[in-house]
Design a protein around this ligand. Structure first.
Ligand SMILES: Cc1ncc(COP(=O)(O)O)c(C=O)c1O
Length: 442
């Protein structure tokens, strides 16, 4: 592209960014307002959806891609197993856009267990476990997870996102306080919002700021929940869990840790941040995790004391009014957990690959933010346009990585987000950083 073309593109990008800011602000304010669908005339539901600020945001993103001549990096179709490599439109890519951290989603032993469960129980649990009954494999998975965390019991849900929403929503209500990390996952925020409790966020990983908030406000509330994550998926950094545990003792709150990205990744056996930080199992009250990442399936779980699990099994709407975990998913995740514990070398390999990626990226001069090099490494591009162009150019070069744009992060923090797994080869990582260096120089 010539200089004039580049200038035109930059101007278009700036104009689109202004529009995007306006539309996303309106979407935030008006997301729940009904659209105006042809005032006075016949009711036109399609126009009603089109009038919604959220739809305008979708449309603007589409137009931005067209104007910048960038193919959308979203909803790409993977034609086979997606791990360290994947096939899209018949071409093989090195893949950094999945959470198959230990390669279990394509492990033949995991697949064999899932297939055997289908043969025995069929493909669906068909209804809520309370009414349609349990399958032994669901309880086996729950017991294995409880044993991993050293807790009394565990309960599995059909979605990781729903696990957070329904657990937080069921346990807390008006008169309670929920404090969560500023970068907490949407499911934690949604759970807090649906609970009716007062919700506040504290600066990312800043236990000292949390301490101050608690010293000021703890006495005004009945129950207090502090929700953090074991490994943050946007930045790849880890909280100082021992500090949060110390605050828990002093301020008497329930501590919840979301292990979505840390199970299988942190700790010598992959047992998560408890193993990594060396805290006791009962220093954390609510251990939450997902089966969709290291555990090669789908769903979420809560491990903790018996009263906690009893409450959730009887009153969490996302458990009570939703189907039980499909037997094949429970069997696959149980097999993945057993494989992980039997072969800690997979976890060690993941650690080595993560560190290799982080070191190589830093040596090449890229901004990797606060990443600790455990499976998640962002490369901060500095603008949404740059992130989009880098992702697009890497894709052309056979590397699939997701860009993260404003408003998901601040504009100057727009980035590429690399998820590394144990099955990535060292040469693939070297090749990726070399290619990125070339792309960034363009
Ligand atoms: C921290 C965290 N918690 C919860 C979830 C939701 O899990 P799932 O995608 O399995 O529904 C995610 C999803 O990526 C996550 O990153």
């Amino acid at each position: 592209m010539g200089l004039q073309g580049q200038i035109r593109q930059q101007l278009a990008a700036a104009a689109l960014k202004r529009q995007l800011e306006r539309v996303s602000k309106e979407a935030g304010e008006g997301a729940r307002q009904p659209g105006r669908a042809g005032d006075g005339g016949e009711w036109n539901a399609r126009a009603g959806f089109e009038a919604m600020p959220l739809y305008q945001q979708v449309d603007l993103i589409r137009r931005a891609g067209d104007a910048l001549q960038l193919r959308s990096p979203f909803f790409r179709v993977h034609e086979g197993m997606a791990g360290a490599t994947t096939t899209i439109e018949g071409r093989e890519y090195i893949n950094y856009a999945n959470y198959n951290y230990l390669g279990m989603a394509s492990d033949p032993v995991v697949a064999a267990h899932a297939k055997a469960a289908i043969d025995r129980y069929g493909t669906s649990a068909s209804a809520s476990r309370m009414v349609a009954g349990e399958r032994p494999i669901q309880r086996e998975l729950e017991r294995a997870l409880a044993s991993l965390y050293g807790t009394d019991d565990c309960v599995a849900f059909v979605s990781g996102h729903a696990t957070n929403v329904t657990t937080i929503g069921a346990l807390f209500s008006q008169g309670d306080l929920i404090l969560h990390d500023a970068l907490a996952h949407n499911s934690i925020v949604q759970g807090a919002q649906s609970s009716g409790a007062k919700r506040l966020s504290f600066p990312h990983n800043d236990w000292a700021a949390l301490d101050e908030i608690l010293a000021r406000a703890r006495h005004e509330y009945r129950n207090v929940l502090v929700a953090i994550e074991g490994l943050y998926s946007m930045d790849g950094d880890v909280p100082d869990l021992a500090r949060f545990v110390e605050l828990r003792r002093r301020h008497r709150f329930f501590l919840m840790v979301d292990e979505a990205h840390s199970l299988g990744v942190l700790g010598a056996r992959g047992a998560g941040i408890r193993e990594h930080a060396g805290v006791n199992h009962d220093d954390v009250d609510i251990w939450m995790g997902t089966m969709s990442k290291t555990l090669a399936g789908c769903g979420g779980f809560i491990a903790g004391s018996q009263p906690l699990v009893d409450i959730l099994r009887h009153f969490a709407p996302g458990f009570l009014y939703s189907v039980g975990l499909a037997p094949a998913l429970a069997a696959g995740s149980l097999a993945a957990l057993q494989q992980m514990l039997a072969a800690p070398e997979r976890v060690a390999t993941l650690r080595a690959r993560g560190q290799q990626f982080l070191n190589a990226a830093r040596e090449a001069g890229f901004d990797t933010g606060t990443s600790a090099g455990y499976a998640v490494v962002p490369i901060i591009a500095g603008s949404s346009l740059k992130a989009a162009q880098w992702a697009n150019d890497l894709f052309e070069e056979g590397i699939n990585v997701q860009p993260i744009f404003y408003p998901a992060v601040e504009e100057r923090a727009a980035r590429l987000r690399f998820f590394i797994c144990s099955t990535h080869e060292p040469e693939q990582i070297d090749h990726t950083i070399d290619t990125l260096k070339r792309v960034a120089r363009r």
